[in-house]
Ligand binder design. Structure first.
Ligand SMILES: Cc1cc2nc3c(=O)[nH]c(=O)nc-3n(C[C@H](O)[C@H](O)[C@H](O)COP(=O)(O)O)c2cc1C
Length: 184
């Protein structure tokens, strides 16, 4: 009997330890690439609303700060299907179930550092929630390209934001989170 009670106590103890660990494991990651700051501020707003961890996807070799030079560099990277090396590293991707992935529309798709990011980690079984800032081309073919690079993930409806989003950004994010069932 004493042995049984001890076993029961151990089991209850193990369960109460497991609960907070599980809660930690459902953390969200908000990862974004941004060149002129629009995607960064959208990512920060999403982070304020959903919590989790916020990380910038940064290439080792930054793109030129000159707009026209950056256009050329980005185009070249896309034509070559380059995979620019990243400064960013995620400690333990396994603990994230939901990854918000933000980027500017570059030449109608994702900037190539985002492709590096998608290839560098294992997104199998994870949920990816794309959001993009654009200058008129909305999502372009970015979501199709994300799906090609992470075929075994679930990809939820993407948010497209014109430049910085303007005064309706906060409510647009709320509506989008709602639609995707991600409201806190
Ligand atoms: C290299 C480059 C390529 C771009 N290509 C497109 C495009 O194809 N379609 C579009 O709508 N906007 C395009 N834009 C505009 C950006 O998507 C837009 O300015 C966005 O808000 C930038 O986000 P960021 O501030 O996070 O970098 C391009 C911008 C750059 C720098």
């Amino acid at each position: 009997m004493k042995k049984l009670l001890t076993l029961m106590c151990l089991a209850v103890g193990a369960l109460s330890l497991a609960a907070p660990l599980q809660a930690q494991e459902t953390k969200m990651l908000i990862a974004y690439f941004s060149w002129s700051g629009n995607t960064k501020s959208i990512a920060e707003q999403i982070h304020q609303k959903v919590g989790g961890d916020l990380v910038e996807i940064e290439p080792v070799r930054p793109y030129s700060r000159d707009y026209n030079t950056c256009l050329d560099e980005a185009r070249q990277d896309q034509v070559n299907q380059a995979r620019p090396e990243l400064k960013t590293s995620i400690d333990n991707m396994a603990r994230y179930d939901v990854i918000f992935l933000g980027y500017p529309n570059w030449w109608a798709t994702i900037p190539m550092p985002v492709a590096t990011f998608l290839e560098q980690y294992d997104f199998r079984g994870k949920t990816i929630v794309p959001f993009a800032s654009h200058g008129g081309g909305r999502l372009g073919q970015s979501v199709t390209d994300i799906a090609k690079l992470s075929p075994q993930s679930t990809i939820l409806e993407a948010l497209s934001v014109s430049y910085g989003g303007g005064s309706s950004l906060s409510s647009d994010i709320d509506d989008w989170l709602d639609k995707n069932g991600l409201k806190k």
